[in-house]
Design a protein around this ligand. Sequence first.
Ligand SMILES: [Zn+2]
Length: 278
Amino acid sequence: MPELPEVEVTRLGIKPHLEGRQITHVDVIDGRLRWPVLRGLPKILMGQRLDVIERRGKYLLLKMTNGYLIIHLGMTGVLRVLAQKDPLKPHDRVVIHFDQLTLRLHDPRKFGAVLWHPATKGDVLHHPLIQKLGPEPLAEEFAGQLGATRLYQYSRKRSISVKAFLLAGQAVVGVGNIYCSESLFEAGIHPGVSAGKLTKAQCERLAHAVRTILKRAIAAGGSSLRDFVDAHGEPGYFMMQTKVYDRANEPCRVCKTPIRQITQNLRSTYYCPQCQKR
Ligand SMILES: [Zn+2]
């Protein structure tokens, strides 16, 4: 499933090719996505200019002349910029034409979304899907002491594990299962600790770790940027070299203790019992 780093790498991959271009035509091949694609979307988008591609959490926000096109990749979505003449592939769902170039949403499982938010409805950040998202981990609002304070305040009196607390996304958005294990290792915090028991110092380390890990993951995806304009490439999916995730029983990269795997809320967590003591 694409996580925040994959979505950010997607944004970086498609942005230089599309910003400033005008939509000439839209093909909705199969609009039965997470929510049905608006029937009138091709007509609405025709002739509009794509000004800039932004991101909030895992939502890509394509700022158009008269509003925002909101795209979510769901579980299996991939966006790619290809020449108009490149043949369609099975599972291509929506194709947006910009003269000779096209932006294609390929999504086998169809949990992705393509939504229209007209400018008349106000700021896209107030869209119901986006409004409730926690702070953006890589933005100023989560930098330094702000991030630490946010984690500390939101975790008070919470008895859930710090892992569940991070995954819930209210204190900070975009920390998925892989990056959660990695961030807790980086911060030296046991994943089973109650969120409410985190000290201020631990919240500082954790806020810093979340940013470090996500930046590292995005950097790891940097080498795949050209795949976004390659008909044969498989863009958007990559894996950073992890320190604990998916390394059960392998030696910790810091202290050589075997990495432990546990299940929390039905999902795997990996940690080092030595570096992340309770
Ligand atoms: Zn260790």
